[in-house]
Design a protein around this ligand. Structure first.
Ligand SMILES: Nc1ncnc2c1ncn2[C@@H]1O[C@H](COP(=O)(O)OP(=O)(O)OP(=O)(O)O)[C@@H](O)[C@H]1O
Ligand SMILES: [Mg+2]
Length: 365
């Protein structure tokens, strides 16, 4: 296995900038997810690493070698795509063996590698079947096996699970994670599904509009999103964002709504707000950090329930607060009806505050 370095990577298609100066290092044996909304440049970035697209500027290193000018076949990578494109007439065994035969490996070595891949992916009993005799998940495992037998320095995966149904996707998610742990493989994994990235990756690279927004562990990205885009992209239901006005009086800092209510901030949150470039501040809160009250209480702000979605062990309530939609979770035992007035209490320790002008997170230090 090997590490991968992207240095100031830029890709233009004509005058369109698809990838805008992306720099990141994937350590040897690390599982990194490239995640972001459709069109943000994930596949383009992966294809640059694979050599399927040429670099406009910047460098790509695999191991210590700059690979910008190497053909895909000389980059020591293996790709797994959404569309696994197995040979329909060949058995699983032959599908796995084929890339090795192309490389003219000795027959007994091919046999050993195929059987080892089948063992790792738990499909020894499927080797004689044809692809049409396999489930979608089994076919995806064969596609993974075909990458595995090549014993590459880096695995590149582009939305490998998006053709599978929801249940199978969850199962294959665990299997790929297991595959990574067992092999200590270096994996760059593209997905638009933040939950896949959060659950599988050691680190996630969140992209938007061709820019790398944040590159960190899922826990860090979740706890300390750098800006409003990352805050609302990672986590489900999304973090609620409420634009408000900051003001200070008698040594206290308040966030004021156009509707007239005020929320007094803790000293730490007041220090964050003092760093804002104007009095426009956006309050951010995850559903689990907001308490819903049925009556007005000190420190609470007034809202109005909009939708109520029971999911079994947790009920999600959406409420209007100062013109914004806020997601809150409550135990199923709390009865809430649409259009009912409710009061919200924010956990100030876990509140997020953003600069209303730059959309960047405000920090207290
Ligand atoms: N060959 C091309 N020529 C021109 N523009 C392209 C080309 N390939 C991609 N693009 C554009 O570059 C941007 C990034 O595309 P890319 O395929 O990398 O997105 P993505 O993040 O993988 O999206 P998705 O989640 O939909 O797969 C898009 O706006 C796309 O239209
Ligand atoms: Mg893509």
């Amino acid at each position: 296995m090997a590490h991968v370095v992207l240095k100031d990577l830029i890709k233009n298609y004509g005058s369109f900038n698809a990838v805008k100066s992306v720099s990141l290092t994937v350590n040897d044996g690390e599982f990194v997810a490239l995640v972001g909304p459709s069109g943000c440049g994930k596949t383009t970035t992966l294809n640059l690493v694979a050599g399927l697209t040429s670099v406009t500027s910047g460098d790509i290193l695999i191991g210590d070698q700059v690979v910008n000018d190497l053909d895909p076949k000389d980059r020591d990578i293996a790709m797994v795509f959404q569309n696994y494109a197995l040979y329909p007439q060949k058995s699983v065994y032959k599908n796995l063996a084929f890339p090795l035969q192309m490389r003219k490996l000795p027959k007994d070595e091919i046999d050993r590698k195929v059987k080892e891949a089948a063992r790792v992916l738990d499909m020894t009993q499927l080797l004689e079947r044809k692809p049409r005799e396999l489930s979608g998940g089994q076919q995806q495992r064969v596609a993974l096996g075909r990458a595995l037998v090549r014993d590459p320095a880096v695995f590149l995966m582009d939305e490998p699970l998006s053709n599978l149904d929801a249940k199978l996707r969850v199962q294959m998610r665990s299997e790929i994670k297991r595959f990574h742990q067992d092999l200590k493989a270096t994996i760059i994994y593209v997905t638009h599904d933040q939950l896949e990235a959060v659950t599988m990756a050691d680190r996630m690279a969140v992209m938007n509009g061709g820019y790398l927004q944040q590159y960190d562990t899922p826990a860090q990205v979740f706890a300390n999103p750098v800006n409003m885009f990352v805050a609302s992209f990672v986590g489900s239901p999304a973090m609620s964002l409420v634009p408000l006005q900051a003001s200070t009086s008698n040594g206290s800092t308040f966030l004021t709504s156009a509707e007239g209510w005020q929320l007094e901030l803790s000293p730490k949150n007041a220090r964050k707000v003092a760093k804002a470039s104007s009095n426009k501040v956006v309050l951010g809160a995850r559903h689990s950090t907001i308490r819903l009250h049925k009556n007005a209480e000190p420190g609470c702000v007034p809202a109005k329930a909009y939708t109520v979605e029971p999911t079994g062990d947790i009920t999600f309530v959406q409420a209007f607060l100062s013109g914004a939609i806020v997601n809150i979770s409550v135990p199923p035992s709390v009865p809430v009806s649409p259009d009912e007035p409710v009061w919200l209490e924010f956990d100030q320790e876990r509140l997020h505050l953003f600069d209303g002008e730059t959309e960047m997170a405000l920090r207290s230090e």
